[in-house]
Design a protein around this ligand. Structure first.
Ligand code: NI
Length: 173
């Protein structure tokens, strides 16, 4: 396995809809394993393929936050087939928006259909942190970041700060 580099916003690759995966092959499984390794190392609880520069509909998640008992999930072509009317708020962050957090409102429960690493179709129903994480990561596949759910003013403040620290990193390098 190998660690991949994570793209930090603002970057046009984070704002594009991703392509559907046609079939799960060995290269795709390797990519998903590398994405999990990258996510654990960050550390984070979710990572979508566009965040490592691959514009395909792939997401990896582990909300267990327990290195001794990991619960890795790898989802290919995930889609929401049902969402609750009930909403819930969560203070979200993102590996592509390091050190920035904002409250986002989303459906409290979702049912998601996806293909697993063997190409089998699976369905899960989730609530709590897993529901938040699934929706956050699936947003990435549409080119949507959590800051797109908050006010334009707050979004621009965050994106400007990230842009500034990118420029500073280039000067320091
Ligand atoms: Ni994210």
């Amino acid at each position: 396995m190998a660690q991949l580099s994570i793209i930090v916003a603002p970057d046009p690759r984070l704002n594009q809809p991703c392509e559907k995966v046609v079939s799960v092959d060995a290269d795709l499984v390797r990519l998903m394993d590398d994405m999990l390794e990258t996510m654990y190392a960050a550390p984070g609880i979710g990572l979508a393929a566009p965040q490592v520069g691959v514009l395909k509909r792939i997401v990896v998640i582990d909300v267990s936050k327990d290195p001794d008992h990991p619960k890795p999930m790898q989802l290919v072509n995930p889609e929401i087939v049902w969402a609750s009317d009930e909403l819930s708020d969560y203070e979200e962050g993102c590996l592509s928006l390091p050190d920035h957090y904002s409250q986002v409102t989303r459906p409290a429960r979702v049912r998601v259909r996806y293909m697993d690493r063997t190409g089998e179709t699976q369905e899960i129903e989730a609530d709590g942190l897993l529901a938040v994480c699934l929706q956050h990561e699936m947003d990435h596949l549409e080119g949507v970041l959590f800051v797109d759910h908050i006010s334009k003013l707050k979004r621009n403040v965050i994106l400007r700060k990230l842009q500034k620290s990118k420029k500073q990193a280039m000067v320091d390098a």
